[in-house]
Design a protein around this ligand. Sequence first.
Ligand code: ZN
Length: 413
Amino acid sequence: MTVLHIRRERLLESIRELSCIGATSKGGVTRFALTGEDRQAREWLQARAKAHDLDSHFDAVGNLFVYCRADAAGGPPVLVGSHVDTVPDGGRYDGALGVLAGLESLISLQESKAQLSRPVWLAVWTEEEGSRFRNGLIGSRAFIGEVAPTELDDADAQGITLASALRNWELEPAQLTEVAREPGQVHAYVELHIEQGAKLDAAGLQVGVVTGIVGIRRYDVSVKGQANHAGTTPMHLRQDALVAAAQMVQSVEQLVKASGHADAVGTVGKLSVQPGGVNVVPGQVDFSLEVRDLETSVMDELVERILSKFREIADTRNVQLCWELTSDVKPAPLSREIRQTIAEVASDLGYSWQDMPSGAGHDAQHLACICPTGMIFVPSKDGISHSPHEFTADDNCVRGANVLLNTIVQLAK
Ligand SMILES: [Zn+2]
């Protein structure tokens, strides 16, 4: 197939320019959703689109859409997108690369006068990270009808609700339901994103073809022992909740590693000790448990093994144990056809690539509920992300954008 190329300098310059909006003293970027910085970033995108004769508009949850005027195309659109909101002091590539490569692709399609039979839209989703409003992925969830009206009452750290943040942008939160699309209304969705892990960088590969986005299951676990005097309670009479919890934490690592499921991960990332005194035997420990994998059956199996191990440890150490499921996000397998298209496009461009799962959540996981969806990864140097040190080499940004552009052509032709 003939391949198109985006304009390298124009893409790289746009990455530099966007990273100045919300730039921090540490060299990172802070752009929380629906704030002044976020608005500035989106208006900058709109101005850039307009300069290239592309129309744009905001929907009721602040998703910004840019439309390619590729000649006389009709029917459900091919959608590309990502986000421009960030974590505190985040990197300049997370989300931004997918949006800017998307915009560059639309501009290139317009300039090349490509004959497409479908419209192509860019979506800039609202509040992907959840840095301001806790649930995150708000724009893409609203787009598939998965934001309940009650979520509009969720407040940020300053007590500003999602509804009032939207009104501050002169949007009408009451129109939330009008944002949602049904299956069949979008032909396909493709998102380019930095890997945010080290697999591609370590393997020296240029492109990742994402097979699916992992499911995430989280529990709050509580271990109750007996708080007591650290000087007068002999070792054999203790019910030390922390020692029991420490064994449980270790068992998570051991069981997941030994499971034979290479992509599965299990993490205890948060732990609190009560009463937390240097001279008190710990009476209670509360900790988080998180398991991720591409297969629900693997997550079921791992959670069952982990929790039965926890029970065994609790019995042996004479402490009480309880847990509660706090969230359960299902894995999102991505379209086989689009994976194949991305792989062919990467090969035609002469880039090295491999199949790989996404261990992080992305807007694409929601789009996958209503249309065939694909994701393209490019390497993150040393796997660092959500940090001012996040880095993707210029060549890799350009390669990712070229894969995105040509994938759009294949899906929209
Ligand atoms: Zn992201």
